[in-house]
Design a protein around this ligand. Structure first.
Ligand code: HEC
Ligand code: HEC
Length: 457
């Protein structure tokens, strides 16, 4: 009895502590906080197991659509005979259940990998959500599950109904039993909103376990040569890259550089191009945004991919003519600027983070920048994706229009040249520094292949 009470007390204390640190930090930017959330999860096996089951649950889909979806429909691992995935599907844009009232067949964007997603400050490629929990509740009641805007209440009621009616089977305990074991709650004594809160927490905790193993040929090369895996705290990506290039040259001149299994001379040359941030030739400048060890800066940049799609469908130069309201007049998020581009619909585009950048608090604001300048700079800006495990996540870019990595890299080269010629609307400054020829691209492809670790989960 007392033991049990102590345990409860300890649990309550722990919850309080977590809540307090969260409130005290008051900052979802805090990396330490996100890392400690990830660590806490290890202690929560039952919640994670429940979260995994909910991730694969397709009975939360609306019956008014023509498909049953679960999170795992679009975020696959090894369920598909077509091959292994890293929580992505095989579509350029994932299918959603069809609804007469909203004739869209697909999601706005390509489904990204979920590996290491718990370390990201903002979620979705446009930064729509500030926490995994918020994302889960929004997704279970949104278009991916066939629900239309305004049907959130119905969606949440259905989740409650499904959970309460669930019966134990040989394969699994009932949801009631699983919630009791994981959270020590009686499901039927909770309000619907409390249930949605716990569902969101369990699925979020499951996603916190989705970490990429850092065991790729690249990781082995880094260890073998005693290189640093990440910039030092406070060090810029550029400084880190410069330092790494110098160490590589020094080791090489001493004949002490070791190439390893799966990391050959070509990969090394590709790595150098990846790291080079200035010069007139063979400059990838990739590191400016794809920062090791996860090869992302968790930030948002415009490479011109939205423009490329828009102009491919509507004619060169058409995106430049799109009327985009300024900071004072823009209503954001905007349905027409958060839409899949279609031929002939000249007023509709996907402007990415433009829809969600918080003009009061965004850390992306530069010194002296006005609201309007910041907002304009976010035109077509999308989250920098990780470059790990790309072999298992094609097609590429937010549009999913690029079926091979080679096509994706050739597009980056083309857009960098267009940006220098002043033909990309609001390009990221770092895009202009990329200077690559075909041979460089081939070496970069060899390097990127060394970032494919052993697929897991
Ligand atoms: C119909 C397909 C589909 C379903 C179902 C789906 N997703 Fe997604 N998911 C996507 C797409 C597409 C994106 C990219 C969305 C964007 O950027 O607007 C995404 C993005 C995400 C992200 C953000 C990744 C990042 O890098 O920011 C997370 C996390 C996620 N999904 C988790 C889930 C969970 C959890 C569920 C179930 C509750 C789910 N998804 C259901 C297609 C789907
Ligand atoms: C200015 C920042 C920046 C630079 C510099 C940059 N990238 Fe990216 N990269 C991004 C962003 C942002 C995206 C997503 C763009 C989109 O979907 O609209 C992306 C997407 C990609 C993708 C597609 C990945 C996927 O999962 O869809 C690959 C591959 C890639 N970059 C490789 C590179 C390489 C190689 C370099 C160097 C030649 C490079 N990038 C330079 C920011 C950058």
């Amino acid at each position: 009895m007392i033991g049990q009470r102590m345990r409860r007390l300890k649990q309550a204390f722990f919850v309080l502590l977590v809540a307090m640190t969260f409130i005290a930090s008051g900052d979802w930017h805090s990396i330490a906080q996100r890392q400690s959330n990830v660590a806490r999860v290890e202690a929560n096996r039952l919640q994670v197991g429940l979260g995994e089951r909910l991730f694969r649950e397709d009975r939360f889909t609306t019956a008014k659509g023509d498909l049953f979806t679960s999170c795992a429909t679009c975020h696959l691992t090894d369920q598909d005979p077509q091959g292994h995935r890293v929580f992505t599907d095989f579509f350029n844009r994932s299918w959603v259940p069809y609804r007469n009232e909203d004739p869209r067949r697909t999601e706005i964007r390509n489904s990204p990998t979920l590996l290491d997603v718990a370390l990201m400050p903002l979620l979705h490629l446009d930064g729509e959500f500030k926490s995994l929990e918020e994302l889960v509740a929004g997704t279970f009641s949104g278009r991916p599950m066939g629900w239309l805007p305004g049907e959130e209440e119905q969606a949440f009621n259905q989740i409650q109904t499904v959970l309460l009616a669930d019966k134990a089977t040989e394969a699994s305990a009932s949801y009631r039993e699983q919630f009791k074991a994981a959270f020590d709650v009686e499901l039927d004594k909770l309000s619907r909103d409390q249930i949605i809160g716990l569902v969101s927490k369990a699925v979020a905790d499951f996603m916190r376990t989705m970490r990429s193993k850092q065991d790729s040929p690249y990781d082995r090369f880094v260890k073998l040569n005693g290189l640093e895996a990440a910039p030092a705290s406070g060090e810029s990506a550029k400084a880190f890259a410069g330092r790494t290039l110098a160490i590589l040259s020094e080791l090489e001149s001493k004949k002490a550089l070791k190439l390893g299994n799966g990391f050959d001379q070509k990969a090394l040359n590709g790595f150098r191009i990846f790291l080079r941030t200035e010069g007139a030739a063979s400059v990838g400048n990739c590191v400016a945004c794809h920062v090791p060890p996860l090869f992302t800066d968790n930030s948002f940049h415009n490479l011109g991919v939205s423009q490329a799609e828009f102009d491919r469908l509507n004619g060169e130069g058409k995106f430049a003519q799109l009327e985009i309201p300024n900071a004072a007049t823009a209503k954001r998020p905007s349905a027409k600027f958060r839409e899949t581009v279609e031929k002939g619909r000249l007023g509709v585009a996907d402007l990415g983070h433009w829809n969600f950048v918080d003009l009061k608090t965004s850390s992306l604001r530069r010194a002296g920048e006005s609201d309007d300048q910041l907002l304009r700079r976010m035109t077509g800006a999308f989250k920098t994706p990780t470059l790990r495990h790309l072999k298992f996540s094609e097609p590429y870019f937010h549009s999913g229009d690029y079926l091979s990595l080679e096509a994706a890299l050739m597009e980056i080269v083309r857009l960098s040249e267009m940006a220098r010629a002043g033909q990309v609307r609001e390009p990221d400054d770092e895009l202009l520094k990329i200077r690559l020829n075909d041979a460089d691209v081939r070496l970069l492809l060899v390097f990127l292949a060394t970032l494919n670790g052993s697929p897991e989960k």
